[in-house]
Design a protein around this ligand. Structure first.
Ligand code: ADP
Ligand code: MG
Length: 384
């Protein structure tokens, strides 16, 4: 598949109606860590022209005791970010357009995929000094709302949740696990999930940092945020426009997802102890890969019901939504296998298509015909 440009995506949407668009796929490499450099790791990834990724496998030539290049593979993505890329640049390329879409009543989602330590949480959440996509998206959203404040009223609601061991938890208000319900109008909902009404980006940054501390950590790895939990931030922007004919409401939803480490659970240390967790993590990620496969093959039935994660991501992958995937990789040759695996999946994900052109706009009630009322009901279902 040829990578498409942002402009093409925009024009597909501007044409109106539900244009099919494949999901945008990006790769981000993180720099070699100090530890990796000290251990003599070398880079097995080369990124050229912000697009092409060359993965090289080295092997030790026993006769000469030197490394020899044995195999190489080339991939191309919508954009590939070398390790020098700033958080802002990643945001601008991958997510800014989706944020604009949310204010126009379109759904969008961005998810980070990759092995533990590849830079998913750095990309999504980041640090206070170097905020990631979640924070930059909210900053941008509030700035855009401020510019448009005289046109109507906006309400922004946030929820932040975790899927860990096939259990869904509210990260903003930790407590008992949440039950997923199929709502006839809203689709899959997590019953009792806190919807936090937000007024500024600054307040949100602290909220997310606090929420992240509530992510389940692994007892075996003290001080390390879990590699086995999936974190999902949902931002709903509702826009009410007063017109002479009545009130127009636009609702757009943005989902930002920091997935659990994609490495095989069996490769971890505490095999027996972790087997239950491992199985469940595998279940969610396996279900995700089955859904991706089924979507790529154009199957009618997509097995979203097979895990909590895929139920929650249903409208991000199969519904009316613009979706971006950021595949995080390490440059280090010590992670060659994981990097190859991640690039393979990213390459595959380029084939997924979603319906991106639909907007969730509700016309003034006084003006609507029966037909339109039906359409609105359908849009509401699509929106959830
Ligand atoms: P993951 O969430 O995929 O397990 P992290 O985001 O926690 O990985 O990243 C692992 C380590 O690498 C962290 O110490 C993080 O600060 C660092 N890191 C990741 N990506 C980058 C980057 N682009 N630039 C600098 N440091 C990074
Ligand atoms: Mg992480």
């Amino acid at each position: 598949t040829r990578p498409s440009t942002g402009d093409e995506l925009e024009s597909a949407c501007d044409a109106g109606g539900a244009a099919d668009t494949r999901i945008m796929v990006y790769v981000r490499a993180r720099p070699l860590s100090k530890k990796e450099k000290e251990a003599g790791s070398r880079s097995c990834v080369r990124i050229v022209n912000k697009r092409d990724v060359y993965l090289t496998e080295f092997a030790l030539e026993t006769d000469y005791l030197r490394l020899k290049r044995v195999r190489g593979r080339h991939f191309a993505f919508d954009a590939s970010f070398p390790d020098s890329t700033s958080q802002q640049e990643v945001y601008n390329t991958s997510t800014a357009q989706l944020v604009e879409g949310v204010l126009q009543g379109r759904n969008g989602s961005v998810f980070c995929y990759g092995a533990t330590g590849a830079g998913k949480t750095h990309t999504m959440l980041g640090t206070l000094q170097s905020p990631g996509v979640m924070v930059l998206a909210l900053k941008d959203l509030f700035a855009k709302i401020k510019q448009r404040s005289k046109d109507g009223d906006h309400v922004v609601r946030l929820s932040y949740l975790e899927v860990y061991n096939e259990t869904v938890r509210d990260l903003l208000s930790p407590g008992r696990p949440l039950v997923l319900r199929e709502d006839s109008k809203q689709g899959i909902v997590a019953a009792g999930l806190t919807q936090y009404q937000a007024y500024s980006a600054d307040e949100v940054i602290h909220l997310l940092q606090r929420g992240n501390l509530n992510r389940t950590t692994e007892p075996t790895r003290v001080n390390e945020t879990s590699s086995r939990s999936h974190a999902i931030l949902q931002v709903v922007a509702e826009y009410k426009l007063q017109q002479e004919t009545g009130v127009t409401v636009r609702v757009g939803k943005l989902s930002l997802i920091d997935l659990a480490g994609s490495e095989r659970a069996l490769a971890t240390d505490q095999r027996t102890l972790r087997s239950v967790e491992g199985a469940s993590i595998n279940r969610s990620l396996l279900a995700l890969s089955s859904c991706i496969n089924a979507l790529c093959e154009g199957k009618k039935h997509i097995p979203f019901r097979n895990s909590k994660l895929t139920q929650l991501l249903k409208d991000s992958l199969g519904g009316s939504c613009r979706t971006a995937m950021i595949a995080n990789i390490s440059l280090s040759d010590a992670s060659f296998g994981e990097t190859q695996n991640t690039l393979h999946w990213a390459d595959r994900a380029k084939e997924i298509r979603t319906k991106s052109g639909e907007t969730n706009e509700e016309m003034s009630i006084s003006e609507t015909s029966e037909d339109q009322t039906k359409q609105i009901a359908e849009m509401q279902v699509a929106n959830q």
